[in-house]
Ligand binder design. Structure first.
Ligand code: NAD
Ligand code: WQD
Length: 342
């Protein structure tokens, strides 16, 4: 694919920063748009240090600020957009749904309108396996039924619909909706990784903080699920594999006439106890955990059928659970307080 200028919304965040590294290494020019509500500019400095001499611009603006976004398009004239910016905490979305709809849904509407005005109609969007709701059947294919059980999930469904509608309404749009399964791990360098604010909601960052001594013990939410060991099963995917999936999607955009969805997962299910065991092996000692009741809204099992990504994008995940744990652990040890350590 010819090198081009890519606008990365949310590029200072966890998945966005890893994707910036892959884009820059592939020779693209990158412009990040982020308001740093859930991230740090240190992440972008680290990205620059990983790819010296590469072109990485940064605009600290809110995606909902249409005038500011318009200005970025006028100045930068991007060829394509990778859209990561958004709020992502499921529990919080139940408490402050309107903020989720504003940031995620309205923010994307602003972006699409401005892309339309500037005739920049190539978009890769960060969707989620959450759009499959409580799956009747696994593995999940792109044609599995869609549903949502919380405002965060509904915001992703609305955005997917908005993308499909705009792509039908006029010709020239090429949109890929990437449905991520559970991203974990960090860059091999230990320089960039996931930096949750406060107490982590997700399994991997919580467990890494147990390993580092910051938290006492993992609470395993439910050991009575209909799964081999009774704990929840998910499709964990290394964030660098995920980042490379975006490059594959970007290079396929020209083959997309309209809008389509692609799962990015490994196809392998891992239970909570298997994750605890894998990280314990990497750390070299058992990690404290105790069982508690199921977390409301959680599902038993969720993993991808990654066939479409392989056939359509020519992409598949390469990094296994041990690499996810080893790289996550390196990041945690080098940055015990995330980017605030710097
Ligand atoms: P993240 O919070 O680390 O990154 C999101 C970035 O968007 C942050 O840098 C944040 O500051 C920025 N942002 C938020 N609101 C903004 C606004 N109004 N204007 C400009 N920037 C704004 O999250 P992540 O894990 O990197 O997730 C990236 C995307 O992938 C999100 O859309 C998320 O919903 C989606 N996703 C994440 C996961 C996951 O488990 N991490 C799974 C599936 C999908
Ligand atoms: C994984 C497993 C928990 C924490 C969420 C969102 C989803 C997507 C990714 C964005 C489950 C168990 C967890 C803990 C535990 N985000 N667990 N103790 O719930 O699969 O997905 O993040 O799109 O939309 O819902 O990920 O990491 O929270 O949980 O036992 O302290 O770990 O019950 O089985 P989940 P998770």
């Amino acid at each position: 694919m010819p090198m081009s200028k890519i606008l990365v919304t949310g590029g200072a965040g966890y998945i966005g920063s890893h994707t910036c590294v892959e884009l820059l290494q592939a020779g693209h020019a990158v412009v990040v748009l982020d308001n740093l509500i859930n991230s740090s500019s240190v992440a972008l400095e680290r990205v620059r240090s990983l790819v010296p001499g590469a072109q990485l611009g940064f605009h600290r603006i809110d995606l909902c600020d249409a005038q500011a976004v318009e200005q970025v398009f006028a100045v930068e004239q991007p060829n394509a957009v990778l859209h990561f910016a958004g709020l992502k905490a499921v529990g919080e979305s139940v408490t402050i749904p309107l903020r989720y709809y504003r940031t995620n849904v309205f923010g994307t509407q602003v972006l699409l309108e401005i892309m339309q005005r500037h005739n920049c109609k190539r978009l890769v969007f960060s969707s989620s396996a959450t759009v499959y709701g409580n799956p009747e059947r696994v593995p999940l294919t792109e044609s599995s039924p869609l549903s949502a059980t919380n405002p965060y999930g509904r915001s992703k469904l609305f955005i997917e619909d908005m993308c499909r509608d705009v792509a039908i309404s006029e010709s020239g749009w090429s949109i890929i909706l990437l449905r991520y399964f559970n991203p974990v791990g960090a860059h091999r360098s230990g320089l960039i990784g996931e930096d949750p604010a406060g107490i982590p909601n997700n399994l991997s960052p919580y467990l890494l903080q147990v390993a580092s001594g910051k938290r006492e013990s993992l609470t395993v939410f439910g050991n009575d699920y209909p799964t081999p060991d009774g704990t929840g099963v998910r499709d964990y995917i290394h964030v660098v594999d995920l980042a490379q999936g975006h490059l594959a999607a970007l290079s396929k955009l020209s083959a997309v006439n309209g809008c389509c969805a692609v799962n990015l997962g490994t196809g392998t299910g891992t239970s909570v106890l298997q994750m605890v065991a894998a990280l314990s092996r990497v750390v070299g000692r058992p990690l404290a955990h105790r069982f508690a009741a199921r977390r409301p809204g959680d599902i038993a099992t969720c993993y991808a059928d990654p066939t479409h990504a392989a056939t359509f994008l020519g992409w598949r995940a390469h990094l296994d659970l041990d690499a996810m744990c080893a790289d996550g652990w390196r990041w945690q040890q080098q940055n015990p307080n995330g980017y605030r350590t710097a």
